[in-house]
Design a protein around this ligand. Sequence first.
Ligand code: FAD
Ligand code: DHB
Length: 398
Amino acid sequence: MAATERTQVGIVGAGPAGLLLAHLLDRQGIASVVLEARSREYVENRIRAGVLEQGTADLLTESGVGERMARLGLPHEGVILRFGGQDHRIDFRALTGKAVMVYSQHLVVRDLIAARLAAGRRIVFEAERVSVHGFDVHDFDTGRPRIRYQENGAERELECDFIAGCDGFHGVCRPSVPPGVLTEFERVYPFGWLGILADAPPSSHELIYSNHERGFSLLSMRSPTVSRLYLQCAPDEDLEAWSDARIWAELQTRLAGPGFTLREGEITQKGVTPMRSFVVEPMQCGRLFLLGDAAHIVPPTGAKGLNLAAGDVAVLSRALGAWYGAGDESGLAAYSATCLRRVWKVQRFSWWMTSMLHRFDTHSPFERRVQLAELDYVASSIAASTALAENYVGLPFL
Ligand code: FAD
Ligand code: DHB
């Protein structure tokens, strides 16, 4: 017999989506248990995104987990587009009145874990054989959601009112929805990103998105002493073929710019990320809600993955607050539609940035000229650069 525990919201996954949801629910007095397949050490050191929209950073600050971000985060008021041998700055502050915060995803994860454990709440790390049941496909009222898992080899069952599937693109929640309920929309790109972390002071105060004949590259950072850099590569690029010297030589070529010197340093981490756009509709099935990468993936060019997850969390935590507080079901009923309006706009932006900045081997000379004209238009038109800036700093969550 499995040991049974009861909670209000069972959360699968301790990435940014699951941890932030647990945190915002806790602040409203709603109980949850977070089940995570990996170890605490693993999730706290997983290097991923680094740019927080102003709304994401504000949400962390307002909910009491922004202390370290206020100390170590780097506020950025613009980015540089580099193409045709020239730089063009997009001034977020002047165009939108807003900014973004450069702060590592794994630090957001650490801050949220620390806050949750300090409050005496539960996260089950290294949960095994997690499976979700009873969320009911059609009838919201009759669902009796349960999550089964193993902890240290012992069978456990979590009875809950709702399940939040925050278990990323390869998780169990989305595939547990019966066939025919969800529709998937997908685009796979013919390239990926080779990303590195290097012990080198950032060579620019602001991020540089560079469109080069040999392919896209991006200069970003994590701190005043650590650079984060990316190169467009094949989706299945063999990292073994990339010595540190070759990576730096390619970055030097693709990031060359007026008066610019790329500072090199020891490479401490390397990885290849394939690129896809993916959305599932609806983002809900009965009492199972999908959030973050479990429901959608964006190519990283717009720096949106983590921010989209935060948007879903903002919508669901508010809807659950209304349900538990006033018995109001309307927010939960509208969850998917509310999120998807924003998700598709962010998909559009991420696809557009990706299309504008990468090298496409299939491009004809005509298409290449149109791509450069688009960059020139964005850089020279206030209307077009405002559209980029407005999306980059983040569309409203609600
Ligand atoms: P995740 O962070 O994926 O968290 C899901 C959690 O669920 C994980 O901890 C996982 O271990 C856990 N889990 C999975 N299956 C189970 C299960 N069966 N049971 C229990 N737990 C489970 N975005 C950017 O904007 N810029 C970037 O540079 C960038 N780089 C990225 C690099 C990589 C390699 C990846 C994969 C993503 C990157 N992203 C980037 C996207 C961004 O990091 C994600 O959008 C963000 O992590 C989404 O948060 P999430 O909580 O929805 O999912
Ligand atoms: C970073 C990642 C992105 O995808 C992006 O568009 C900008 C910055 C980063 O990891 O710093």
